[in-house]
Design a protein around this ligand. Structure first.
Ligand SMILES: Cc1cc2nc3c(=O)[nH]c(=O)nc-3n(C[C@H](O)[C@H](O)[C@H](O)COP(=O)(O)OP(=O)(O)OC[C@H]3O[C@@H](n4cnc5c(N)ncnc54)[C@H](O)[C@@H]3O)c2cc1C
Length: 359
């Protein structure tokens, strides 16, 4: 119901995508390429922030070239623009520094070793606009039902007006805290392995012995069960800590700041902003009937949280599968399942080979 007590009815779309992150934008791009009429709905006002280190790893760059025709324009990047793979270092009290491998070759293909440092707010907004589709921000997905063979999508606009939208296919690209996934897959709410992540942007007077254009990671159980990291983005040192449910991440952040001050003489000043999110170690789940999930909502994430490539790739492939279903009447979930076999295999490889947990 809206403020006057009536639902606002809206036009029907062939596909509606929930979420304007990399998965949603890539899905939109694939659908648009195939001439499908699509609407993206996003709960936040755009451009929106996303808890993320904001690094475009090599595979992401290759996918951007393949699906979007190139890399983003200049204003999307932060300074330093490039972090070389060899400058991602793990530090340990006993062993000192060692190179930390963040990205593995996929299906025998190696990727560029210069990684790009971006602001997620700007990157995601660029990606969405590049898809060329219509979108509504401040528009939150609440629920869906099936009505006369169509998907009725219930959304609220700016937390006030309730609107019913209709579509043939509903695509959930609503991230790790998906609203759509538990409606299809109730086990999602019962997942035990949940990590919380807390990230803060500090002004600083001295980076101490930390070198610029480097990314430092720490696997220190006393700070958190999940990898901690520090790197520079423009005028800020970005500090990230994470742990399993129940750990106080405010305390972890204080411990991390102390470690950086004591061992590297880092001098931080005031905090500009902070953000956080949870990462559910959810198994892949692709959807049901005409409701498709993609990106992190579908569990598509390469450890160590190198998620943008999995999101872009799975999003694009979901869009292709839906377009094929609309145009040729194929079974979308079957087509999509085949399309993402390579992603699922790479996820398994990453779980085997990467180290992300400090315990
Ligand atoms: C601390 C941290 C650091 C990371 N660093 C990197 C990195 O450097 N490089 C990298 O590649 N990956 C990184 N990742 C992973 C990456 O951020 C995610 O994997 C990626 O953003 C997933 O993309 P997505 O499109 O699936 O979801 P998201 O980017 O989360 O987008 C989902 C969108 O859906 C919207 N939404 C949610 N619910 C609703 C609703 N009910 N209605 C409407 N809209 C909704 C959200 O507002 C959001 O805009 C990091 C993750 C974390 C936590």
């Amino acid at each position: 119901m809206n403020e006057r007590g009536v639902h606002t009815m809206q036009k029907e779309y062939q596909a509606i995508i929930v979420g304007s992150g990399p998965a949603g934008a890539a899905c939109a791009k694939a659908l648009k390429n195939e001439g499908v009429e699509v609407l993206v709905i996003e709960k936040d006002k755009l451009p929106r922030n996303k808890t993320c280190s904001g690094v475009l790893f090599g595979q992401t760059q290759v996918l951007l070239d393949q699906y979007f025709g190139g890399l983003p324009p200049g204003d999307v990047y932060c300074d330093p623009k490039i972090i070389k793979a060899e400058n991602i270092l793990e530090w340990n009290k006993e062993r000192g520094f060692s190179t930390y491998v963040w990205e593995l070759p996929k299906d025998g293909q190696s990727f560029p070793q210069d990684f790009y440092n971006v602001w997620r707010s700007k990157f995601d907004y660029w990606l969405l606009n590049e898809s060329g589709v219509a979108y509504r921000d401040g528009c939150k997905f609440n629920d869906y039902s099936i009505e006369n063979g169509k998907v009725k999508v219930e959304v609220s606009r700016n937390d006030k007006e309730n609107i019913d939208l209709y579509c043939s296919y509903l695509i959930g690209a609503d991230g790790g805290e998906s609203r759509l996934r538990p409606l299809l897959d109730p086990s999602f709410m019962k997942i035990e392995q949940v990590c919380a992540v807390y990230q803060a942007y500090y002004r600083f007077s001295d980076m101490g012995s930390l070198e610029d254009a480097h990314w430092y990671v720490f696997l220190e159980p006393q700070i958190g069960e999940v990898i901690s990291a520090v790197s520079r983005k423009d005028d800020f040192l970005t500090l990230c800590v994470g742990g399993f449910k129940g750990r106080s991440l405010k305390k972890s952040m204080e411990d991390f700041k102390n470690l950086l001050a004591k061992n590297f003489q880092v001098a931080l000043k005031d905090m500009e902003r902070n953000e956080g999110c949870v990462i559910k170690m959810a198994p892949p789940y692709l959807g049901k009937d005409n409701i498709i999930l993609t990106g992190e909502a579908a569990g598509m994430l390469y450890l160590n949280g190198e998620g943008m490539s999995a999101a872009i790739d799975s999003g694009y492939r979901a869009g292709k599968a839906v377009a094929q279903g609309i145009k040729k009447g194929g079974k979308v979930l079957e087509i999509y399942g085949k399309e993402i076999e390579g992603i699922l295999n790479h996820m398994k490889l990453c779980v085997e080979k990467m180290h992300f947990f400090a315990v």
